[in-house]
Design a protein around this ligand. Structure first.
Ligand SMILES: Nc1nc2c(c(=O)[nH]1)N[C@H]1C(S)=C(S)[C@@H](COP(=O)(O)OP(=O)(O)OC[C@H]3O[C@@H](n4cnc5c(N)ncnc54)[C@H](O)[C@@H]3O)O[C@H]1N2
Ligand code: MOO
Length: 396
């Protein structure tokens, strides 16, 4: 088992090769899922002027408990530009600018307005400015509202737009080529001959990457012949990242590494101390990175989670490209681990994880019902039920 790289070391070595693509400006409507290439400074203050948070009446605290003479209205988008003087009230809507002179909003449910006179019957707002959104409550012009490396999702996009940015700096989409390889593989939907199986890894990897802005091409299945694998790799010469599955191990028909070398790629490392996923290989040809993932479907999934996705996120400029780990209580007893770190497929419910019975790296059914991977270090002690373990979520 010698010659296996430690997981963290291997991840560091791969990520050190990631070069984020050129910075482009995208309309906010097209930037979903990207990571910001630069910090975003607010170009405006929100709110620009104090606003009402409720529908009601703008008055002066000094005039409590009223009554008041109604002198105007401030609606959202239509500020009342006359100042509120002693004994006066202005009708106000949620989101409308608080008129000068007023410093309190009374909710309309506690007020009666009749014949131009406003009366109040209720408990005064506590604190008195409870229903007022002060100037700059959300952010002020010049504040860094979003940092480089942050992902653009629903709330971050809304914040960027609110801060005055209609276009956003992001990194260009990486081009990724996914290649299934193996003599036994047949494209989905094609009748199977003896010993054949449908190729499913390519679909799985493309689906894992679909959450990120990439240009994905899929090819194969490619037969276990060095010239065929070389041809598939050469066809992918435009890609920033090539991901193969299968043919990564030591069998007579495992030809991905010699094919990579034959097209002029340099092997950076092969075999990492993880279970499943050990035979992962990383090579480079010029600016192109080649990632050879193992063929077993769960091994391909785990190595994609721990290597391919973090690498793609790094190419997109992500601040923290690795999958977040969190604690959970293990319902299951777990044996001591050996020389490899382990990723066990498990169900997750209310912070409790339970390993699935079948942990075979070729079995897709348990992977499909798993919600989390339990991450165990190499040479770890056994775990008793009730002990805390570290997990990575793999499904929403
Ligand atoms: N003597 C040894 N044998 C093996 C070792 C070892 O160290 N010594 N390592 C084992 C480990 S660990 C793994 S993981 C596998 C990985 O091998 P390969 O990457 O060469 O994968 P294949 O042999 O091509 O395929 C393995 C398995 O996965 C199925 N497969 C492959 N591609 C696909 C696909 N695109 N879609 C669906 N299923 C796929 C394939 O049919 C095989 O059943 O090697 C161990 N052997
Ligand atoms: O490490 Mo392999 O990935 O046993 O299944």
């Amino acid at each position: 088992m010698s010659g296996l790289l430690d997981l963290a070391d291997a991840q560091r070595r791969l990520l050190a090769m990631a070069r984020p693509g050129p910075i482009i400006e995208l309309p906010a409507s097209a930037a979903l899922g990207h990571f910001l290439a630069n910090n975003i400074d607010a170009r405006r203050t929100q709110p620009e002027r104090p606003l009402s948070a409720m529908d009601g009446w703008a008055v002066r605290q000094a005039d409590m408990p009223g009554p008041w003479r109604i002198v105007g209205e401030s609606a959202a988008g239509h500020p009342c530009e006359t100042a509120v003087a002693a004994g006066q009230a202005v009708r106000i809507s949620t989101g409308a600018v608080l008129p000068d002179g007023s410093d309190m909003v009374l909710v309309q449910e506690q007020c009666t307005a009749q014949g131009g006179v406003l009366n109040f019957a209720g408990d005064p707002p506590t604190p008195p400015k409870r229903h007022i959104r002060r100037r700059g409550l959300d952010f002020s012009a010049g504040d860094v509202v979003l940092q480089a490396g942050e992902r653009l999702g629903p709330a971050t996009l809304a914040l960027a737009i609110s801060a005055g940015h209609a276009v956003l700096p992001v990194h260009n989409r990486p081009r990724i080529a996914i290649i299934d390889s193996g003599d036994e593989l047949v494209p989905p939907g094609i009748p199977l001959g003896p010993g054949q199986i449908p190729a499913s890894n390519g679909m799985m990897l493309a689906a894992m990457l679909a959450a990120y802005p990439c240009e994905i091409s899929q090819s194969g299945p490619v037969p276990d012949r060095i010239d065929a694998i070389m041809a598939a790799l050469s066809d992918a010469s435009d890609a920033d990242l090539v991901i193969t599955t299968g043919g990564a191990s030591v069998g007579d028909h495992d030809l991905v590494m010699p094919a990579m070398e034959a097209i002029g790629a340099t092997l950076h490392f092969w075999r990492v101390a993880i279970k499943p996923g050990k035979p992962i290989m990383v090579a480079r040809r010029g600016e192109q990175i080649l990632l050879g993932l193992p063929g077993n479907p769960v091994s391909a999934f785990v190595t994609a989670t721990m290597f391919a996705l973090p690498f793609v996120k790094a190419m997109l400029g992500a601040r923290d490209p690795f999958p977040p780990r969190e604690p959970a209580i293990s319902v299951s007893a777990l044996p001591a681990t050996g020389k490899r770190a382990e990723f066990l497929r498990a169900t997750l419910s209310y912070g409790r994880v339970e390993i699935l019975k079948t942990q075979d790296s070729g079995a897709l059914a348990p992977l499909a019902s798993a919600q989390a991977l339990i991450c165990r270090e190499a040479h770890a002690e056994p775990v008793s039920p009730g002990q805390t373990v570290e997990i990575i979520r793999i499904r929403d």
